[in-house]
Every structure is written in C-alpha cells, then in structure tokens.
Design a protein around this ligand. Sequence first.
Ligand SMILES: NC(=O)c1ccc[n+]([C@@H]2O[C@H](COP(=O)([O-])OP(=O)(O)OC[C@H]3O[C@@H](n4cnc5c(N)ncnc54)[C@H](OP(=O)(O)O)[C@@H]3O)[C@@H](O)[C@H]2O)c1
Length: 341
Amino acid sequence: MVKVAVVGATGAVGEVMRQVLDEHKFPYSEIRFLASEKSVGKSLSFQGKTYQILPIAPESFEGIDVVLSSTPSSVSLVSSPMAAAKGAIVVDNSSAWRMDPEVPLVVPEVNPHHLDSIPKGIVANPNCSTIQMLVALKPLHDAATIKRVIVSTYQASSGKGAKGLEDLDGQVEAIGRGIAVPDAKAHIARLAGNVLAHDWKLAEEGYSEEEWKMVRETQKILGVPDLPVCPTTVRVPVRTGHSESVNVELVHPLSPEKAKEILRNAPGIILSDELKGDITPQPLMCEGRDEVFVGRVRRDPTVAHGLTLWVVADNLRKGAATNAVQIAETLLKRGIIPIKR
Ligand SMILES: NC(=O)c1ccc[n+]([C@@H]2O[C@H](COP(=O)([O-])OP(=O)(O)OC[C@H]3O[C@@H](n4cnc5c(N)ncnc54)[C@H](OP(=O)(O)O)[C@@H]3O)[C@@H](O)[C@H]2O)c1
C-alpha cells in the first residue's frame, strides 16, 4: 500500500488518471490531488469520496511515495524535483524531463529495465504518439531489427488537453446550430471539418517539436541513438484516440503473416487485422481502452524488408495515464515503492 499524489488532477490526463487508478485497483493507503492555484480549495471525487484539491507545494508531498504528474512542462520543471526532494518517485507526463540522460523514459512493455536506475527520482512518460508506436514496433524490432521508420500521425484534439476539446466541441456545436464558428484558441486553426498538418511549435529543419519528440524519444527508448525516424504529425477532428500509419524497414526478412503472429502474442497489443470494415482499428473503438490496436499489417514493397501498419490507441490512456500507472505498478512489483523511509 503506497501514498499517492496525483498532480494536475483536474486536467484531461488527470481526469483519466483517476479512472485508470480506480479500474486498476491501484493499492494506496492515502491519495492526494493537486492542481493550480485556480483549483485549490475546490473538490473532486474519487471512488465515491470527496477530496479537497491541494496546491503544488513541498508540504503537499510530505510522506508521499509516488507522484503521478500531468502538468505543463514549465510546471513540471519545478514541481517534479520538489516532490522528488521530499523522497517520492515522480512519474512525469510532461516533456520536461524526457531527454534528461539521468531520467529513464519508459514504456513498460518496451524498456522496463530502464527503471533499474532512477537517479533524480523522476521517471518520464513518453509522448503519446511515441508510446503507441513503440508498443507496436518493439516486438518487430526484437524479431527482425528495425532499420528505419516513417510515420504519419492522425492525432486527436484531446492531445492539446482540456482546451483542445473546448475548441473542437465548440466548433462542432456552432456548425450544428448554424451559427458563427468560434475562433480556435488551443489549435492553430479551426479543427472541425478540417485537418491540420501544422498544430505544434516549429523546430529544426522544418519539423515540429512533436515530430522531434517522436524521433528522439524512439531512439532513447529503443537504445538506438542513430535510428532513422521520419515523422509527420497531423491533427484531425477526433476527440480522443491517435492513429498512425507506420512504415518500418527491417534488417532481416519478416513476412506479414509472421509479423501478425508476433503482434498477436505481444503484450499490450490487440491485433485487429481482418478487413471486415468496422473492425479495422479506429479511435472510437480504442476510446477508454488501455491496449494499442494494430491492423492493416502488410508488406511495404518499396524496400527489401519492410512492413506497413496502422496503429491506434487512446492518447489519454496508453498515451498518458495508463502508461504512467503501469510504470507505478512496475515500481511496486519491483519493490522500488513504497519507499523504505
Ligand atoms: N493530452 C494528452 O493526450 C497528453 C498525452 C501525453 C502527455 N501529455 C502531457 O500531460 C500534461 C498535461 O496534459 P493535459 O492534456 O492533461 O493538460 P490540461 O488538460 O491542460 O491539464 C493541465 C493540468 O495541469 C494543471 N496546471 C496548469 N497550469 C498550472 C500551473 N501553473 N500550476 C499548477 N498546475 C497547473 C491544471 O490545473 P488547473 O485545472 O487548476 O488549471 C490541470 O490539472 C502536459 O504536459 C501534456 O503535454 C498530454
């Protein structure tokens, strides 16, 4: 039984975090919920009980074993070391710590061994698009060694948090009522009835920050620092559930049939490859599910040993809350928490 703090408990990920903790029957002896000053004093409910929201302050982390944090990076930069200094292990959903060489970046199905060393008391949860891609690719990497990855994403509005959903829902409602569509606030432009190939901050070489996250996080998690990964990240008018078209070039031959057999037996994956229309992985099918759905497994005829896959998962679950809870469960299984004080 551990003492848990959920930081950013009022956000899009924080809300799902509460659901996942409940569904997974995460064993705790005490749980606290923290958010911004704006929410302090308000209450929220969890497992039939009402909790007052606490501020992000050192005393809120007193005696806590594990922190599940989902705040903006600028907040995590301060709050996660604050909690770690109080002796907690922090599982941080933001991008603040992911590329720190002293912070393990973990997908439990892929690199749980990276939890062997947690020098700063912080474990980073990868980017949502990276997590689902790597759950699907790791078993293929083990079987035939990945040489190169090309990926295009179809990312949901909730990837931008509660404000992203406010944008999309407000626009859809206005269209339905035949009134003026409100301007986008979280997304770069109107999303309802549209597709945005540029909805993230631009970074080096014309690629966005989101695209670079997919490159660098994949290399770090797989432990292949020079692995070629070429992403195009795209926002689509879907509330929850990211989809990805992945072309993976392999060193060794691997037939689509063998790949399907491997994926069918891999942890955290539901292979849904039969082309019967409604069972090809779709965001609506994956909403509220912890697994990564894989379909459309076929040969990529443009390279010697290549496969093409369609990969879909709930970005708020496996892309964030579920992965964080699974990291905490792994820490529990390994006896790393509760902390021996
Ligand atoms: N959405 C996704 O699919 C996804 C996936 C993976 C990772 N992430 C990452 O997870 C984090 C949270 O994302 P989200 O989508 O849940 O965002 P969100 O809906 O905007 O929620 C943000 C949370 O952080 C709190 N917060 C905001 N500003 C704060 C401040 N100055 N001080 C203290 N707390 C503050 C908010 O509290 P108040 O309600 O009190 O403002 C809220 O609880 C982000 O770093 C995001 O990049 C998100």
